[in-house]
Design a binder for this molecule. Structure first.
Ligand SMILES: [Zn+2]
Length: 220
């Protein structure tokens, strides 16, 4: 069933024609909630927001109950889709990439475009939009959790960061989440470093590593 466009959210002058979700230029809009079935569950009145074509496709697949939840769902989808581009910044610095001695046409092409792809993906994922108002009245935020930042990228949650770095560094899928649980979010960087030391491990080895870390924590 198609519905008419809902009232448009307030758009500051300097961000006219900008996707609310990723900051790319846009002249499309999308209804929030996207499905009319979700209107009664949504924490604010139905509204429409500017969106780029790509983010629109993510909005259409999500079932959320506020524009803030849609922002998180789109960010999570972008992080997944651009995992490879984002991983360039984890695996290289711009200078290393320039100075790397890999030869060949394929790698030259990669060098030229890789850092740009990384920068664009990171900027889109880190984009936070603007203060959301409808007819001058701010929309009440329904969730105080503002995500998790690591190495310059803001993730929707620690779980999404864990998922991202498992793919980026080909880490053991069970070790990193267990380490983060054990060490806490503040030691995320340490959890990654430990995980990168143990890339292919058995269940027994994994249990031993975790037991060692737990023991060293209890000694502090
Ligand atoms: Zn977008």
């Amino acid at each position: 069933m198609s519905v008419d466009k809902y009232p448009e959210i307030d758009i500051p002058f300097d961000v006219r024609y900008t996707c609310l979700f990723c900051g790319e230029p846009s002249d499309e809009t999308v209804n929030i909630p996207f499905s009319v079935d979700d209107i009664n569950k949504t924490s604010h009145s139905p509204l429409s927001v500017p969106v780029c074509i790509e983010c629109q496709s993510f909005v259409k697949k999500a079932r959320c109950h506020s524009v803030y939840q849609y922002q998180k769902a789109v960010k999570a989808a972008l992080t997944r889709k651009y995992q490879k581009a984002l991983s360039i910044g984890s695996n290289w610095t711009e200078q290393e990439l320039q100075e790397s001695e890999f030869e060949g046409a394929a790698f030259e092409g990669f060098k030229r475009s890789a850092w740009m792809m990384y920068t664009i993906a990171k900027e889109r994922i880190n984009y936070t939009g603007w203060t959301l108002c409808l007819d001058g009245i701010p929309l009440v935020a329904d969730d105080e959790n503002s995500g998790f930042e690591f190495d310059g990228t803001r993730f929707v949650s620690v779980d999404h960061a864990v998922e991202h770095y498992i793919k980026t560094f080909h880490l053991d899928a069970l070790l990193l989440p267990e380490l983060v649980k054990l060490l806490g979010e503040e030691k995320f960087s340490y959890a990654i470093r430990v995980s990168r030391l143990y890339l292919s491990i058995s269940a027994v080895e994994r249990a031993e590593i975790l037991a060692d870390i737990a023991e060293s924590l209890s000694e502090v």
